[in-house]
Design a protein around this ligand. Sequence first.
Ligand code: PBG
Length: 328
Amino acid sequence: MAGFPTVRLRRLRMTAPLRRMVRETALGPDDFIYPLFVMPGKGRVEEIPSMPGQHRFTVDRLPAEVEEAARLGIPAVILFGIPEAKDELASGAYAPDGIVQQAIRAAKKAVPEMVVMADVCLCEYMSHGHCGVVRDGAVDNDATLDLLARTAVSLAEAGADVVAPSDMMDGRVAAIRRALDAQGFSLVPILSYAAKYASAFYGPFRDAACSAPAFGDRRSHQMDPANRREAMREIALDLEEGADAVMVKPALAYLDVLREARRRFDVPLAAYNVSGEYAMVKAAAARGWLDERAVVLEILTAIKRAGADWILTYHAKDACRWLAAGGC
Ligand code: PBG
C-alpha cells in the first residue's frame, strides 16, 4: 500500500477547477423546498421576529413571493397557515375557504408550474395548539385521523400538488391515502414527516405560526431525540402505509438519522432545516460572529451529503442567489 510521500491528497485540492472536479456533492435550486407562512387580511407582509428575513404574507401578497422563488429556480414551496380563528376541532384546517386553501389557489394561479405543497397538521387550527383532538388532557390518535384525512382532501381540492402530514399520529398516512383515493386524488403524493422529533429547534416556527401548545408538549407523538432505530421503524411504516417520500426533521442535529435512512430506503428523502437552525445562523451572522453565506452553503451541502434529496429551508432564496453568483 502506497502512502506518504507517494500519496498526497492535497494534489487534487490545489486549484478551484480541480476542487470542482472532485467535488462529490453539488447543491442547486432543485434541492430546495421553500416554506411560506400565510395569514388573514389584505395587503400585509410582516416580518417574523424570531426568523429575520422570513415573513407572514396575506393571500394577496403571496403571489409575488412565489413568483420570486420561481425566478430563482426553486421548484417547490410548502405552505403553513395562521387561521382567523381556532377551535377544538381545527375546523379552519379543512374549511373550503381556509387560509391555506386560499393560498394554494393564489400560488397555483400565479405560478402554475410551482409545486405547491401543503403541511397537514391541526396544531395551527386548534385553540389548545395540539396536533390532534384532545380528550381527557391527551391527544386522541384515532379521533384525529379523520380530521387529518379531511384536511388532506380539502387541500388537494384546493389544488395542492403534494400533501405533507407533520402531526406524527400513528396510521395517518394510511388514513390520508385512503381518503385521497376515495375522493379522486389517487395521484396526489404524500410527503410524510416520518421521523419528526420532539425538538426545541421548532421554537421560532411556533412563534411564526402561533402554534405553541397551551399546555403540555408534543412528546407523546413526536419522537424522542435519543432514538435512531425507532426512526427507521417510523419510516418503514409510513412507506407501507403509502408515503411517496419521507422526511427527517430537524436536520442538523439528526444527520446520522438522515444518513441511516438514506442507506436503508430507496425513496425520495427530505430533510427539514428548521426554524431554530435558521434563527441560530441569522442571530450569529447579525452580530458578525459568522459569515452567513459561507455557513449557510456549508450547512445545506452537509444536509445533502448526508443523504437528503430535498431540503426544506428558509435559506432557499438566499442560497439560490449565492449559488448563482458562484457558490462556495
Ligand atoms: C407542525 C409543524 C411544525 C413545524 C413544521 N410543521 C411545528 C411543530 O411540530 O411544533 C416546525 C418547522 C420549523 O421549526 O421550521 N404543523
